[in-house]
Ligand binder design. Structure first.
Ligand code: ATP
Ligand code: MG
Length: 357
């Protein structure tokens, strides 16, 4: 076995350039990471393949110039389709016999999976903290709230007939109920999820959710479209909890399309490089994707990282608990949630769930 074969088979991307930045080596992992084949990259300048300010070019140029290694643990790489992949980069010079730099090699590692896992862990911690707070709060707040509600009901009876006061007592009761609902939902987050997983037909489940929202959708001028993969295998999940998840996602989609539009429910077997196979505790399992796509307002880049945080909301009457709860439930299913959004054009939430087998 020669060195070339070894380098070719490495899981990290290996790119070598000569002193003029012309590509002389490009392994299979580099093809996968950059989305460019070795055949197309060979003998071309790296500057034609990547944006001129790309960190990879900068590090390789410096290595060629100084004869020193460079390393950056948290860098990025742009792909031809416009995505930015988080990567770590290490470069090293290659010297000729006289000791002058004749080439430089870079090793790039895709760290997106690590980043996603870190984000998941952070979310999980926030949720756990919110849950503990909720339990304490619920005990302290629930009883006085019950007392207030009772007193207001008595008051309403005393004031019956005086319509002006009736309005006030209605408001009081409505708002007390709202606070109660917040506490109930918080408790929902705090309670350990007791899953009763069984093989489920996702399409039947999604139709249940669509039916729940069909009236509201129609009133808003939203049509609900389906793109179901008829060969989708049953998944392993808790029906009621998953209805909760998709109901929340559909509600968010509808709330984002105040002026109508199209809501699409899509299912497919996942080919996503990060999530297509997940370890569910009993070995690797294939995943399916359910997508809820809307043509609504989209989520501004600046808040995209916060939407799973409990209490993060941009809605006047929102609680900001919908996505936090969805995340919690999907996590218990050993699945994952991803959000892709373009401001002004719409949002797609993808839910990955393990198939039953
Ligand atoms: N499909 C979507 N389109 C645009 N923004 C969205 C979408 N889904 C979620 N968001 C944003 O994420 C925020 C948090 O969503 P989440 O469902 O957790 O809470 P909420 O909808 O505000 O309130 P709740 O679901 O508790 O009634 C929303 O306020 C909104 O800004
Ligand atoms: Mg919501």
């Amino acid at each position: 076995m020669n060195f070339q074969t070894v380098l070719e088979g490495l899981p990290d991307a290996v790119v070598a350039v000569d002193e003029g930045l012309k590509v002389v080596f490009w392994n299979a992992a580099a093809e996968a990471l950059t989305g460019r084949s070795a055949r197309r990259a060979a003998n071309r300048s790296l500057k034609e393949l990547l944006p001129p300010d790309s960190p990879l070019i900068r590090h390789l140029l410096e290595t060629v110039r100084t004869g020193e290694s460079r390393s950056e643990g948290e860098s990025t790489l742009e792909t031809p389709d416009g995505r930015t992949v988080p990567v770590s980069i290490v470069t090293a010079p290659l010297f000729d016999r006289r000791g002058t730099v004749e080439a430089a090699v870079a090793v790039l590692r895709d760290i997106s999976r690590i980043r996603e896992l870190e984000a998941e862990v952070r979310r999980g911690e926030t949720l756990a903290a919110a849950g503990r707070m909720a339990l304490g709060l619920a005990h302290e707040v629930r009883n006085p709230l019950g007392a207030i509600r009772g007193a207001v009901q008595l008051l309403a009876r005393e004031l019956a007939g005086q319509s002006r006061f009736g309005e006030y007592t209605d408001v009081l009761i409505k708002e007390v109920d709202r606070v109660n609902r917040i506490i109930e939902q918080l408790l929902d987050l705090a309670r350990p999820v007791q899953l009763r997983p069984a093989p489920l037909n996702l399409h039947q489940l999604l139709e249940r959710v669509a039916l729940l929202s069909s009236e509201g959708a129609e009133a808003q001028g939203v049509t609900i479209g389906r793109r179901y993969d008829p060969s989708l295998p049953p998944i392993l999940g808790d029906e009621d909890r998953l209805v909760q998840v998709f109901h929340n996602l559909v509600r968010n989609a509808l709330e984002a399309m105040k002026h109508g539009g199209r809501l699409t429910l899509t299912t497919r077997i996942s080919l996503n490089p990060l999530f297509a196979k997940m370890d569910v505790g009993a070995g690797q399992r294939s995943m399916v994707e359910v997508q809820v796509t809307d043509e609504g307002a989209g989520i501004p880049e600046a808040v995209r990282g916060k939407v799973f945080d409990p209490f993060f909301t941009t809605k006047e009457r929102g609680l900001g608990l919908g996505l936090a709860l969805c995340h919690r439930i999907v996590e218990e299913h050993k699945g994952a949630l991803r959000i892709d959004s373009a401001e002004g054009r719409g949002t797609t939430v993808t839910c990955f769930l393990p198939i039953a087998r």
